[in-house]
Design a protein. Structure first.
Lengths: 129, 139
């Protein structure tokens, strides 16, 4: 929207917004992570398929590493759940009464699914998969 | 605190992209459920690992499941899944690049920068969609 305001980046970070601000910041960070991942993936697929180039295969190795996968699972899962909460609140504004409960519900769904995914991934790494 | 005059809401770019972001967000859930259901039909319970199941869920391309134990992936390389892939990349690319544009415009306030970033994102968007459609049709 490009509003003319005088708030710097670090001033914004120091703002104590609590839980909703954390969700907002994580939504942006996970979104940025995913768009970088998907853009790299599309470019790498294109160059691997058309030319079989080595640097494109090198990009594949980066995001096939377990650390990157842990991040991308976090990003996809959090962005999906938080996005669903935002969609519900935006399209049915009456639900705004329950926005605090919805944030809790969101974390309540997120934590078990993400923990299970981490458990399975670590198990696979330990097994040498 | 200076008050800002808010323009009357209409079908401008911001409103259209705001609505598109919400609707494409809903579409991802349906696309992911269809992809995951198909992966389970393919035999995800015993012939695929979790990563491969996720690959088919988010981008149903036979090239994505090559390192699984599915005996014949070729029967899944048909027009229906190509259209599904194009929907995924269209919704994904547009939602994602628009999101990146919104984030960048939050931290740039000069109108001159706005037109430059918008042009850059339009070019990036076209390039990304074309590259992805090329990969889909050539695989």
């Amino acid at each position: 929207m490009a509003l003319d305001r005088k708030v710097g980046f670090w001033e914004g970070v120091r703002y104590k917004g609590g839980g909703p601000m954390l969700a907002w910041a994580l939504h942006r960070i996970s979104g940025l992570g995913m768009i970088i991942f998907i853009s790299l993936h599309v470019v790498a697929s294109f160059f691997t398929q058309q030319m079989g180039s080595d640097w494109a295969i090198g990009i594949n190795i980066i995001y096939e590493s377990p650390y990157f996968q842990l991040f991308i699972v976090f990003a996809v899962l959090f962005h999906a759940l938080n996005g669903m909460r935002i969609i519900i609140l935006d399209l049915w504004p009456k639900m705004l009464r329950y926005q605090r409960e919805m944030t809790w519900l969101q974390w309540l769904i997120f934590i078990p699914i993400y923990s299970l995914t981490i458990f399975i991934m670590i198990q696979r790494v330990m097994a040498g998969g | 605190m200076q008050t800002k005059k808010i323009p009357h809401p209409g079908w401008n770019l911001e409103y259209m992209m705001w609505m598109f972001t919400r609707l494409s967000g809903l579409a991802f859930f349906f696309l992911a459920i269809i992809g995951m259901a198909a992966a389970l039909v393919m035999g995800a319970r015993n012939q695929m690992d979790l990563g491969t199941l996720m690959r088919w869920t988010f981008f149903p391309n036979p090239n994505h499941v090559l390192d699984s134990n599915i005996p014949n992936v070729d029967i899944w390389a048909n027009g229906f899944w190509q259209i599904m892939q194009m929907l995924v990349i269209f919704f994904g690319g547009t939602h994602g690049l628009n999101g990146l544009r919104v984030v960048i415009e939050d931290y740039t306030s000069r109108p001159a920068w706005q037109s430059i970033t918008r042009l850059l994102f339009f070019v990036l968007w076209i390039f990304m969609i074309l590259a992805a459609v090329y990969v889909i049709l050539a695989s």
